[in-house]
Design a protein around this ligand. Sequence first.
Ligand code: ME8
Length: 537
Amino acid sequence: MAADKPSYYITTPIYYVNAKPHLGTAYCTVMTDVQARFRRACGYDVKFLTGMDEHGEKVAEAAEKNGFDTPQAWCDSMEPAFADLWRALEISNDDFIRTTQPRHIAGVQKFLKVLLDRGYIYKGAYDGWYCRPDETYFTDTQVHHHEEERLAAGEAPADPAHPLCPDCDRPLERIQEESWFFKLSAFQQPLLDFYAAHPDFIQPETRKNEVISFVSGGLKDLSISRSTFDWGVPFPFDEDHVAYVWVDALINYLTALGYGSDDEAEFRRRWPAQAHIVGKDIIRFHCVIWPALLMAADLPLPEKVFAHGFLTVRNEETGKVEKMSKSRGNVIAPEEVMDLLGVGAYRYYFMSDVVHGTDAPISWGRMRQVYNADLANSWGNLVSRALNMSIKYFDGCAPARPGTWDEATPLKDAADGVYGRYAAHMETFDYQGAAADIMQIVSAANLYIENSAPWALAKDPDKAGELELVLWNVLEAIRIANELYAPFMPAISAEVRRRLGLPAEQDAALEELCQWGGLAGGQPVEKGDPLFPRLQD
Ligand code: ME8
């Protein structure tokens, strides 16, 4: 723990264990990782949490279907699928929570008791619609409204016994059972007041409007327990009931900090979270139910929920563009993309080319295009040319920092203020903007090499000083661009640092590392294999 550094607590959703992670799951996790790495580089004391959502009827059913004796054994068998992929994708999570861990169960039970004591839950009977694949409840009005929209769009009427889910269009079930309810209806005005007082709480803006209009339409109390199966956290004061999987899951953000344990010091230090990163599919849970639950428990609310869009694929049969999802069976395995691009380029592609907030169709052609243009031709080529020339003209070393290092050059100009521009983009999750900031330096450096033709300078002994200045400028620009790329491509950046002969660990904060003039020079450098071998179209 670094007491002197400000805490930055960032989370991904905890993913369902019923299938292996796919490109969409990985997209959210990489996006969160880039922010966590950026914040660490800026000097924050980061806690980056991800994990697995293991309770609920679907998990119990999947365990049985897959021939496991217990749901727990099924969940345990799935952990490596997540843990191994996160390692392969260079995910730097500091913790991995599983909702079946005792630390989590204790925290959920404490939370439920707090809600009971504060008078925000009561026992009643639930009679309504339930989407089993999404584990989401819908009212008659919501379902009716969706059916009207479908009919208006010319679609065939749904079976009245199983109308279709307003979120995912799969058949709903009618559920009637005794249940505990959360007084969500009491939080309509407090939520609207909160959104108004915290305009940055929901990002991007379009999502905020969607949430506000949903809440303005009125909130109904929420069924938060199930009694027809037992794979969940038992209510401590009513053992026949287990917590509704979403309430169980949301509380992970607290229990990972020790909420409900004997030592709540980390919880007190780090809560509220700085950012929950989620997909737009689960925004109501994070921007309506979660804040209401926290208000009911008298706890502070997270600073920001960032909702990204979906990676989509075209359904060959219907021609419709669909969300890539496990239950639709249209997923691409991250390993396929890693095999094509390598991990660094995989991360770079999804983070720099897919605008965070809108949906993005996945295309192998576009991946190749971005890889070849940005990485093979621009960044990789720049690094390899610069190192080659150093080795050739400076006896295997970087040129020493010349006395005139502080004089204006096109590269010093390009690097001037880059940290501020980049940080502003990173902080608002505009990674595309941040990648463009770095690319400006990279392009300027490639152009500068062309314009100053070091190979010609090297032939003229009178131009030795100029050659030194030019090449030092290029290496200095590379050093800075490489630090800025590090959250996107951690292992590649570490390798570039190594080839440049720089220390693996940097003590200084990113802003300082981006100051022009940091490269002393004179150290041996290494060419190495191409970082991004060109891909054939
Ligand atoms: O919802 N494109 O888990 P989940 C982009 N357990 N992102 C996608 C995606 C796609 N096609 N498909 C999934 C759950 N995601 C709950 C969460 S949190 C307290 C409980 C990402 O396994 C996206 O971030 O269905 C989405 O929100 C998340 O995976 C849902 O993962």
